[in-house]
Ligand binder design. Structure first.
Ligand code: HEM
Length: 538
């Protein structure tokens, strides 16, 4: 039959898949010459030596020697799946993005991951989970590169190498790994106290999900939506799992790590193969786009803060269903390249300094990880929208571009025009006013509150969730060698809640310190507890 020319996501490319050759009637070299024998090297007699002229041996070994590409610098371990996103139209009034119009169906690829472990690490470790979604919209790809926790450790991307160096294995022994990167991790988060909010989420049941299928997802940052008239709102994205939010008990997580280190990966694939397609509702919290970029006194540019759902309900805008496992892990899950700058018309960024730094980091790291600048041409990364990008050449160029050189203005071949009417379908950078201010390496004063929302989280937990949090802090801090680090983290816990501090201090056999900042007055937010978190009602 005709060769298969579609990408793994179903996009038509016109280019036959080379992989087809691996299913042919006979074996060949990479150049297509039929092989007589691929089991013996060419030797001077059956007892050798092997001849340097054995071009088949050299091709086979050369290719094998280069099978590995660098693993991701973070989020190295992951599992992916294909699916579809169906919009319910509720976002139409706030964004011009076509894929959010009522009834639109958009193919997606989702990759779930742990953050700190390497590619071969276990699934059920205590860690944040990545939840990255590629929407192949007909107006260009939209990547929502989120996590299963709504806040992040740092407020400024310039601190990302610091937090990751503190959490990854030590340079000398290459231990420890995952969240229990004890002395260095606790040293960093107790000194850099803006990390305390994300840390308590890690120490809670959210740090050991039951399944990828039972995790919430969050875009974390505030984004800006723009409608046809140019009006804007600020939003935060939320994924809510149909199966509700569920976690493992710590002891379960430990046993599963030993018995089945691929537990989450297997669970995702088995569910899809069995037809139990995982589903999430995508929702947005919507805030007025005011010059202050705050809501209810919360700075929307601070990625260590949430906006409680009681203050801004999550409004459902569509449903994601994962319904197909990858055919080839390397081609799809490993080579997929997410990037926050993949934005269709109708969705724009804000000045969140963490988001701004990420806009640089993803493309930059993928240049190395995927071997040059042409990774958008890898099948899993190809947009479903038409591409006419004026880029040329480079390592691993797959396209054979015709015509004169791509430059503008250009009178020779029509010159890469913007046809009449095209601009109204184009991406528009929202012309947000930039403050007239001196250049400074500084953060706004509103970023200084590092404890009130940590207290909000703790206060919102049920008794059993609090017990799990105390046990997690006690276990993880108990692994530190340096007493001064344990004491400094106990000081942070005292600033969050005296009962939390007292219980962890007792477990560690240390005295509980007094708070050094006034304890915040907070009303519990029931939506932060996992208890009763089920599929949102219609
Ligand atoms: C990878 C989420 C902050 C740099 C990832 C992935 C996710 C993610 C889900 C895995 C993508 C995949 O499956 O391929 C987040 C979230 C953040 C955050 C939610 C904060 C809100 C940052 C920051 C930086 C950064 C601040 C750097 C300044 C990276 C890099 C990768 C990565 C370099 C590897 C990408 C690749 O090799 O393809 N992140 N991240 N991230 N992240 Fe982040």
């Amino acid at each position: 039959g005709a060769p298969d020319t579609r990408t793994p996501t179903g996009a038509e490319t016109g280019v036959p898949k080379i992989a087809k050759g691996q299913q042919g009637a006979y074996l060949t070299t990479a150049n297509g010459a039929r092989l007589r024998d691929t089991d013996h090297s060419l030797k001077a007699g059956p007892r050798g030596p092997v001849l340097l002229q054995d071009h088949h041996l050299r091709e086979k070994i050369m290719h094998f020697d280069h099978e590995r590409i660098p693993e991701r610098v973070v989020h190295a371990r992951g599992a992916g799946a294909h699916g579809v996103f169906v919009a319910n139209g509720a976002a139409e009034k706030v964004t011009r993005a076509g894929f959010l119009k009522k009834g639109r169906e958009t193919p997606v690829f989702v990759r779930f991951s742990t953050v700190l472990g390497s590619r071969g690490s276990a699934d059920t470790v205590r860690d944040t989970r990545g939840f990255a979604t590629k929407f192949y919209t007909d107006e260009g790809t939209f990547d929502l590169v989120g996590n299963n926790m709504p806040v992040f450790f740092i407020q400024d991307a310039i601190k990302f190498p610091d937090i990751i160096h503190a959490g990854k294995p030590h340079p000398d022994r290459e231990i420890p790994q995952a969240q229990s990167a004890h002395d260095t991790f606790w040293d960093f988060v107790s000194l850099h106290t803006e990390a305390q909010h994300h840390t308590i989420w890690n120490m809670s049941d959210r740090g050991i999900p039951r399944s990828y299928r039972t995790m919430e997802g969050f875009g974390v940052h505030t984004f800006r939506l723009v409608d046809d008239a140019g009006a804007t709102v600020l939003v935060k994205f939320h994924w809510k799992p149909k199966l509700g939010v569920h976690s493992l008990e710590w002891e379960e997580a430990q046993l599963i790590n030993g018995i089945d280190p691929d537990f989450h990966r297997r669970d995702l694939y088995d569910a899809i193969e069995a037809g139990a397609y995982p589903e999430w509702e995508l929702g947005i919290q919507v805030f007025p786009d005011t010059p202050e970029e705050t809501f209810a006194g919360i700075d929307l540019l601070d990625p260590t803060k949430i906006v409680p759902e009681e203050l801004a309900p999550v409004q459902p805008i569509g449903t994601l269903t994962l319904n197909r496992t990858p055919r080839n892990f390397f081609a799809e899950t490993e080579q997929v390249a997410f990037h926050l700058g993949h934005l269709p018309p109708g969705i724009d960024v804000t000045n969140d300094p963490l988001l701004q730094g990420r806009l640089f980091s993803y493309l930059d790291t993928q240049l190395t990880r995927l071997g040059g600048p042409n990774f958008p041409q890898i099948p899993i990364n190809r947009p479903h929208a038409d591409v006419n990008d004026m880029l040329r050449d480079g390592f691993h160029q797959q396209a054979v571009h015709a015509g004169v050189a791509p430059y503008r203005p250009n009178s020779l071949d029509g010159g890469n025009p913007f046809p009449a009417g095209d601009r109204e379908h184009a991406f528009v950078d929202v012309p947000v006013t930039v403050a007239e201010a001196p250049k400074v390496r500084a953060a706004p004063a509103s970023f200084d509150d590092h404890f009130s929302q940590v207290r909000l989280f703790w206060t919102s937990m049920s008794p059993v969730e609090k017990e799990h949090i105390v046990r997690a802090y006690t276990f993880e801090l108990g692994k530190c060698y340096h007493q001064a680090i344990k004491e400094r983290q106990l000081q942070c816990l005292a600033n969050i809640d005296p009962v939390l501090c007292e219980q962890v201090a007792t477990g560690l056999g240390l005295p509980a310190p007094q708070p050094t900042v006034p304890l915040a007055e907070v009303q519990p937010s029931p939506a932060l507890s996992q208890v009763g978190r089920e599929w949102p009602a219609d």
